[in-house]
Design a protein around this ligand. Structure first.
Ligand SMILES: Cc1ncc(COP(=O)(O)O)c(C=O)c1O
Length: 409
């Protein structure tokens, strides 16, 4: 009798496998829902990742927008190693100094008047909790989402996610939701007035939408319409938060402050964790026992958050994010490419399908992503990307575009 199946044992005996073999091994037992790049990764540092065969890639996709600090930041790694030695986990049944520190740091960095934090585990979960709180506090069910937004895959967050391909098959389970247009203040205000909702949730830079931005006046109009109708405005800052756009939150970058902000992705420097940040008025509506999660606020995640936020401040990563933006913008300008976004979130419009460009760049060992707009490439680079690495990206891009042109000719 063995502890492992024969198959597993035989795989473990041959640890030195090729990339192709590792992919086949993983596919045998993983739910077939992801369209993965053919690179089984084993290591990373800064803006670089390395696969099982020792190939290194420049990661401008940022580990799916997670590695804002750079991969495996030594301070985060040190903090979680130390925490793991002391206390890996205990739930919110107890107090914990590491949670107190992480929470205080996050509240201090958040916009003024937003002094309360609730830790959960993923972006979708944070959005879900924000909408739940708004529903209970207002006694209303309706939520207004925004066309083009992505808020996650749990039922509530999915109900406010725009793209049909994610919603199909689940619509019957959704609560009442209507969608307002992105960027059109007058039309959005009308939708909010008509719905008189519990909440309006918006992704202030639409990442899957190709890093679409809107005027500050649009967000101001959303806030005013929420105040007028008694709804709560939620900024989904799962991507834009933690310093990516030049300030700690995008709300601070544009100077429009919502009732609640959600953050995830870079918050734990690579360790899964998310947070809901609430203004004092909303926080006061939540009573004991109304929200809860076993793993939210766990010690390992809290050590990661505390270290990651310290690094964001000490290494002035928000300022560096703007330098990365400038370097990328310069390269785009030189090539007449249109771009949008802010800081370490950029969508580049090629006016042609980007799928072959993304694949071509991967051939040059550079990771980038697509978006819901087939012509827009998404970059979500770490703030530690250097000028030389940006130049490397554009040199490879020129080669890929040239190659594609030759194939077309
Ligand atoms: C803006 C935004 N909101 C929510 C989510 C969902 O986050 P998670 O995948 O951690 O549930 C994502 C994920 O990509 C996102 O980009």
């Amino acid at each position: 009798m063995t502890l492992f199946s024969d198959h597993y044992t035989s795989m473990m005996q041959h640890e030195t496998k090729s990339a192709t073999e590792w992919m086949a091994f993983e596919d045998q037992t993983q739910l077939g829902t992801y369209n993965k790049w053919p690179i089984p990764l084993v290591k990373a540092a800064g803006a670089m990742v390395e696969d099982v065969e020792g190939n290194q890639y420049l990661d401008l996709y940022g580990g799916h927008c997670v590695a804002f600090l750079g991969h495996n930041h030594p301070e985060v790694v040190k903090a979680i190693k130390a925490q793991a030695d002391d206390l890996l986990f205990y739930s919110n049944a107890v107090y914990a100094p590491v949670r107190a520190r992480a929470s205080a740091r996050l509240a201090r960095l958040a916009p003024e008047g937003m002094n309360t934090v609730f830790f959960v585990n993923s972006g979708a979960e944070a959005n879900e909790v924000a909408m739940k709180i708004a529903r209970k506090a207002t006694g209303r069910a309706h939520v207004v989402g925004v066309e083009g937004d992505f808020h996650g895959r749990t039922m509530g967050s999915l109900s406010t996610t725009w793209a049909k391909k994610y919603r199909d098959g689940y619509e019957k389970a959704f609560g009442p939701v209507s969608f307002a247009p992105f960027g059109d203040a007058d039309a959005a205000v009308q939708v909010i007035r008509d719905a008189s909702p519990a909440a309006v949730i918006v992704e202030p830079i639409q990442s899957m939408g190709g890093m679409r931005t809107a005027d500050r006046s649009y967000f101001e109009a959303l806030r005013l319409a929420c105040d007028e109708t008694g709804a709560m405005l939620i900024f989904d800052e799962v991507q834009t938060g933690v310093g990516r756009t030049g300030s700690f939150s995008y709300a601070q970058t544009i100077g429009v402050i919502p009732h609640m902000i959600t953050m995830a992705k870079s918050l734990g420097g690579g360790v899964p964790v998310s947070a809901l940040i609430l203004n004092d008025e909303v926080a006061a509506t939540v009573g004991p026992g109304e929200q809860g999660t076993t793993f939210g606020g766990g010690m390992l995640a809290m050590a990661a958050v505390d270290a990651a936020l310290r690094v964001v401040e000490e290494e002035k990563l928000s300022e560096r994010a703007l330098l990365v933006w400038d370097a990328l913008a310069e390269g785009c300008n030189e090539r007449g490419l249109r771009y949008q976004g802010a800081g370490c979130l950029m969508g580049i419009d090629f006016g042609q399908p980007v799928a072959p460009i993304v694949a071509g760049l991967r051939g040059h060992h550079i990771l980038t992503g697509g978006s819901a707009n087939p012509n827009i490439m998404r970059l979500m680079p770490p703030a530690v990307v250097t000028r030389e690495q940006v130049d490397q990206f554009f040199t490879a891009l020129d080669a890929v575009l040239q190659q594609l042109e030759e194939v077309d000719a």
